[in-house]
Design a binder for this molecule. Structure first.
Ligand SMILES: *[C@@H]1O[C@H](CO)[C@@H](O)[C@H](O)[C@H]1NC(C)=O
Ligand SMILES: *[C@@H]1O[C@H](CO)[C@@H](O)[C@H](O)[C@H]1NC(C)=O
Ligand SMILES: *[C@@H]1O[C@H](CO)[C@@H](O)[C@H](O)[C@H]1NC(C)=O
Ligand SMILES: *[C@@H]1O[C@H](CO)[C@@H](O)[C@H](O)[C@H]1NC(C)=O
Ligand SMILES: *[C@@H]1O[C@H](CO)[C@@H](O)[C@H](O)[C@H]1NC(C)=O
Length: 245
C-alpha cells in the first residue's frame, strides 16, 4: 500500500515537472472566423453558402483571412436574389463560371461602408482584373446607401451582416453578374512593333539581296519590295493568333 502511494506520489511529481516545463500556450490570434456560421445566423443566405462550399471559395476566404492583413469584403445575395435570376441561368454556368461568380462577390480587401465613399472605381474582385471586359465592379454611394454596378446588374447593399476591421459581409439584393459572362473579352491589341515599318523599308528594295543575315530580313525577303504589306500581314497574323487564344 505504502509503495503504491509512493509510486503515485512520484508520478504526481513527475507530471507537475512536465507541466512546469511545458511552454505556456502563446496568446496567438483568435481562431479564424466561421463565415458559414455568420451567414447561417443572418439567414436568407443558404444558396450563397452552398455555392461558397461547392466552389471551394470558403477555404479560400478562410486562408486569406488568416494569411493576409488586407481583410476581405463579401457581398452576399439573398436566396430571393438567386430565385429572381433568369430561370436556369445558374445551372447554365460551368463549374469554372460558378467559381468566378462567387469570386466576383468577394473583394480582396476590407471595406467599411464609409470606405466605399472614397473607393476608386473600378474595384478589383477576387475573380481578377479590372479592365472593362474582365471582372470589375463599380460602387456608388449616396449618404449611407451603397449601389453596385457590374455593367449587367445594378444592385444595392441592403444590410450589413458582419463587420470588424478584417471581414465585412454585406447583403445585396441582386446576384452580381460579371460582364465577362455575357460579353467576351476583347483580344489584346497586337504588339505595336509589328505595325511600324522598318526605317530602311524604302531603301531595302534596292538592297534586299545583301540583307539576308537576320531572321527578320529573311522574312521580309519573302515579300520583296512589299515590306509594308508584310507588316500588315504580320499584324493580321498576330490578330488571328491572339483571337484564337
Ligand atoms: C462553421 O460553422 C458551421 C455551421 O455552424 C459548422 O458546420 C462548421 O463545422 C464550422 N466550421 C468550422 C471550421 O468550425
Ligand atoms: C494560419 O496561418 C499560419 C501561418 O501564417 C499557419 O501556421 C496556420 O496553419 C494557419 N491556420 C489556418 C487555419 O489556416
Ligand atoms: C441606388 O439604387 C437605388 C435603387 O435602384 C436608386 O434609387 C438610387 O438612386 C441609387 N443610388 C445611387 C447613388 O446610385
Ligand atoms: C466603372 O467606372 C469606370 C471609372 O469611372 C468607368 O470607366 C466604367 O465605365 C464603369 N463601369 C460600369 C459598368 O459602370
Ligand atoms: C443601371 O443603372 C444605370 C445608371 O443608373 C442605367 O443606365 C442602367 O440601365 C442600369 N442597368 C440595369 C441593368 O438596370
Amino acid at each position: 500500500m505504502e509503495h503504491i502511494f509512493l509510486i503515485l506520489f512520484f508520478l504526481f511529481l513527475k507530471c507537475i515537472g512536465i507541466l512546469a516545463q511545458a511552454p505556456a500556450p502563446a496568446p496567438g490570434p483568435p481562431p479564424p472566423l466561421n463565415v458559414t456560421k455568420i451567414l447561417e445566423k443572418a439567414g436568407q443566405s443558404s444558396t450563397f453558402i452552398r455555392l461558397l462550399q461547392n466552389t471551394q471559395q470558403l477555404n479560400e476566404i478562410t486562408s486569406q483571412l488568416n494569411n493576409s492583413n488586407n481583410g476581405i469584403t463579401i457581398f452576399v445575395p439573398t436566396d430571393n436574389a438567386f430565385l429572381n435570376m433568369k430561370a436556369g441561368s445558374l445551372n447554365s454556368f460551368t463549374d469554372q463560371q460558378k467559381a468566378e461568380l462567387i469570386q466576383f462577390h468577394i473583394l480582396p480587401s476590407y471595406y467599411s461602408l464609409t470606405q466605399f465613399q472614397t473607393a476608386s472605381n473600378p474595384l478589383r474582385t477576387q475573380a481578377g482584373g479590372t479592365s472593362n471586359r474582365e471582372f470589375p465592379i463599380n460602387i456608388t454611394t449616396t449618404g449611407s446607401s451603397v449601389n453596385i454596378t457590374t455593367g449587367i446588374v445594378n444592385a444595392s447593399v441592403s444590410n450589413t451582416i458582419y463587420t470588424d476591421n478584417q471581414l465585412a459581409i454585406y447583403q445585396v439584393d441582386k446576384v452580381l453578374l460579371p460582364l465577362q459572362f455575357f460579353v467576351p473579352p476583347a483580344p489584346p491589341p497586337p504588339p505595336p512593333t509589328s505595325l511600324t515599318p522598318k526605317k530602311k523599308a524604302g531603301a531595302s528594295t534596292s538592297s534586299t539581296e545583301q540583307d539576308a543575315s537576320s531572321a527578320t530580313s529573311s522574312f521580309q525577303e519573302m515579300y520583296k519590295g512589299v515590306i509594308y504589306k508584310g507588316g500588315i500581314l504580320l499584324f493580321f497574323f498576330y490578330a488571328a493568333f491572339f483571337s484564337s487564344l
